[in-house]
Design a protein around this ligand. Structure first.
Ligand SMILES: *[C@@H]1O[C@H](CO)[C@@H](O)[C@H](O)[C@H]1NC(C)=O
Length: 280
């Protein structure tokens, strides 16, 4: 449920892949590559193993692998992690029928690379404030998503979800493949740092927390409206913190809206490290 951020502007898979990989190099260098070279590079770089510590001493590695989608001040690569901020919107905020009239724009970062199948481990924490969602997802230009979401209003659990829209769906299947999961090894909180893993192959997706498998979703179990809804397109990593205070359904799911009389003016999620392991 990563509303409003999954806007796709590229419809052609090859072009999307080439474009993505083109941004890996320095701007002047990628600018001098022809489309054919872009494509050759993209094939060579489909799932590149990565192990990155997210802090200010690894800034070069960070900017090679990630590109901000939100404005510069919305995140900070600090000495103790990558901080993603969610700042109170300006002016008066009116709450009516469990929805806020203003929604904060949180930080979002994309990976510069894409992968089709692989194992991705994100180590992070998020605020336990109702209405705030911290997300680590894989997302494709075709709108496939594999999600890990920390819902601040339900801090003792974490959530997993999958989207792979079919033309036969009359509306997005928000609730259908989502699950609210327990932490392994006793009760924990979204506010503490945990490692969360998405292990994605052709047949199934497994989500783990702190090294223990918590959920397995098989491809065969994603049938709905006569079609499978299994992510099977090249996807990039996307990290984000967002305000789920509107619309009503989203706010209800996130136990929002954010009560800005109570919540800090600036909230943050912290990502410590990311690891990508490739199946090939
Ligand atoms: C970030 O990812 C989203 C989802 O795939 C995409 O629509 C958007 O264009 C990407 N933005 C950048 C700057 O890479």
């Amino acid at each position: 449920m990563f509303l409003g951020l999954s806007l796709s502007c590229v419809s052609n898979v090859l072009l999307a892949r080439a474009t993505t990989v083109g941004s890996v190099g320095s701007p002047d260098r990628s600018g001098s590559l022809g489309l054919k070279e872009h494509y050759a590079r993209s094939v060579a770089s489909d799932c590149v193993p990565l192990s990155i510590t997210l802090d200010s001493s690894h800034a070069t590695d960070f900017y090679r692998s990630f590109v901000p989608v939100s404005p510069a001040g919305s995140y900070q690569l600090a000495s103790d992690g990558l901080q993603l901020f969610l700042d109170r919107p300006q002016g008066k905020i009116v709450t009516k029928q469990n929805v806020n009239d203003k929604v904060a724009e949180g930080a979002t970062l994309n990976s510069t690379f894409t992968l089709l199948y692989g194992t991705v481990t994100f180590t992070f924490s998020g605020p336990a404030t109702p209405g705030v969602v911290t997300a680590a997802i894989l997302i494709a230009d075709q709108h496939d998503e594999i999600d890990i979401e920390l819902v601040g209003g339900d801090p003792k659990h974490w959530q997993t979800n999958v989207f792979a829209p079919s033309p036969r769906d009359e509306q997005p299947l928000y609730g259908v493949f989502g699950e609210i999961d327990d932490y392994p090894h006793g009760q924990k909180s979204v506010e503490a740092t945990h490692s969360y893993t998405i292990d994605w192959n052709e047949d199934r997706i497994q989500w783990s927390a702190d090294g223990a498998v918590v959920r397995t979703l098989r491809k065969d179990d994603t049938k709905k409206n006569g079609a499978l809804h299994y992510p099977s397109h090249f996807a990039r990593l996307q990290l984000g913190i967002w305000d789920a205070s509107s619309p009503a359904g989203t706010s209800e799911w996130a136990r929002g809206p954010i009560n800005w009389d109570d919540a800090p003016r600036r909230m943050s999620a912290t990502f410590d490290s990311i690891e990508v392991k490739c199946p090939y």
